[in-house]
Design a protein around this ligand. Structure first.
Ligand code: XLS
Ligand code: NI
Ligand code: NI
Length: 441
């Protein structure tokens, strides 16, 4: 690690100042140093915030209509290793000052791609050593690593699902290197997000064959992890579309079917992202609930979208009521183990100053601290859980129990019900419950 210059001069380590701060960069809700416990853990232990290298350091904030706007004084725009190291220095300074305990990366955003895989591996190795030095010096820990299998033109028709077997093999080699890097950095997880694992047109696509290749690819990665004794957890990150028209990992339920179909269930869990959930036509709570029901929620990519837009805007999650609904599910499963809340989020193109990185992450962290507190209060209050329990209480009577246990047939149901008056329902009280949640946020 170079004893480098400060890259964010004038920014002090963020502090907690409470509800009425003098400093706009102070935490109002998230107190990383508080020993106060919520359901057995401090806020810091629950929330396990991570920042991602790709948006924080490599997203120039360009869009399809305009040039990048982000100011990055530490970056000379070159593909040199020195520049890559300087970006890492800036990133770890940012993480420390922003009180973020974890980070995530793609192989190609931390280190430049070489002319051959061998050269790419050497580059990656050099940068991983540099990151490891920062970690050893007390810097953030690695939540998960991943390989970028979607940017290079060779992956235009997919990586694991490419029609070209040599592309598959190239991608497999790249994942081998990314797994070595993740292990070297003590990563707690490894993510598969398949932006190109799908199709743009079915006319040129053999879907069953591509899906089986995807399963083979995952299986090979799991085998390699075992061979090198990488103990991190594997996550699939579902997303229905963008950049491909259709992606095979469309949503949590689709992924569960895929894992079960190919005998991978239980060996791979999920990294669920808010904006991907909404792209899939679901809510984040829906996706989280599906994952938790299958005991498969690993980690979260915490962001949010603009509801009236149809793409992945990856905005910072600053809506405390969304955060409360997320944390209700997370607390319901007993909290994170290997996972955490990774801000897979970027600033708007108009927020281009380095200081905006701090404002954006700080806002997301405070929103989640509020969400955590609200979720814990909702659970302690108990009204919501009690309502649901009572709503289903007929299933605890003898008839309900017998149906659930499979001890009653269609004909028996008919015999029981034929002369009874039509059953009456109780109100679902949706508005009352929605309002109840808001009371705690
Ligand atoms: C893109 C994904 C990506 C993954 C990591 O939409 O969210 O950033 O999190 O490959
Ligand atoms: Ni993501
Ligand atoms: Ni995304």
């Amino acid at each position: 690690m170079s004893a480098s210059a400060e890259h964010f001069p004038g920014v002090r380590t963020l502090r907690f100042e409470g509800p009425d701060p003098k400093d706009t960069l102070a935490f109002r809700h998230y107190d990383p140093d508080s020993s106060e416990r919520v359901e057995g853990r401090t806020a810091r232990e629950h929330l396990r915030f991570a920042a991602c290298f790709w948006h924080t350091m490599r997203n120039g904030l360009g869009d399809p209509f305009g040039a990048p706007t982000a100011l990055t004084p530490w970056d000379d725009g070159s593909e040199s290793l020195d520049n890559a190291k300087r970006r890492v220095d800036a990133f770890f300074e940012f993480l420390t000052k922003c009180r973020i305990d974890f980070w995530c990366f793609h192989d190609r955003d931390i280190a430049p791609e070489g002319r051959t895989l061998a050269e790419s591996e050497r580059n990656l190795h050099a940068i991983v050593e540099h990151c490891a030095a920062h970690q050893r010096a007390g810097g953030a820990k690695l939540l998960w690593g991943t390989a970028n299998l979607f940017s290079h033109p060779r992956y235009a028709s997919g990586a694991a699902t490419s029609p070209n077997a040599r592309v598959f093999a190239h991608a497999a080699a790249q994942v081998k290197h990314a797994l070595d890097a993740t292990k070297a950095l003590g990563g707690l997880g490894y993510v598969f997000w398949g932006g190109r694992e799908g199709y743009t047109s079915l006319l040129n696509t053999d879907m069953p064959r591509e899906r089986s290749h995807l399963a083979r690819f995952l299986g090979m990665a799991l085998d390699y992890a075992k061979a090198i004794d990488f103990r991190g957890r594997f996550y699939i990150e579902p997303k229905p579309k963008e950049p491909s028209t259709h992606q095979y990992d469309a949503d949590a339920a689709t992924c569960l079917n895929f894992l079960r179909e190919f005998g991978l269930f239980g060996r791979v869990s999920f990294n669920i992202e808010t904006n991907h959930a909404t792209l899939a036509g679901h809510t984040m709570e829906h996706e989280l609930t599906v994952a938790v029901a299958a005991n498969s929620l690993g980690s979260i990519d915490a962001n949010m979208g603009t509801p009236n837009l149809g793409w992945d805007t990856d905005q910072f999650p600053i809506d405390p009521s969304l955060c409360a609904r997320v944390m209700l599910v997370v607390l319901g499963m007993g909290g994170f183990t290997t996972g955490g809340l990774n801000f897979d989020a970027k600033r708007r193109r108009e927020s281009f100053e380095p200081i905006d990185l701090f404002h954006a992450h700080r806002a997301g962290m405070d929103a989640f601290a509020r969400g955590l507190r609200a979720a814990a209060a909702i659970r302690a209050d108990g009204t919501l859980a009690e309502f649901v329990r009572r709503h289903y209480r007929s299933w605890d009577d003898s008839l309900g129990r017998k149906i659930e246990a499979g001890e009653i047939s269609l004909a028996e149901c008919e015999r029981l019900m034929r002369d009874e008056p039509s059953p009456t329902l109780e109100s679902g009280r949706q508005e009352m419950l929605e309002d109840l949640i808001l009371r705690f946020v």
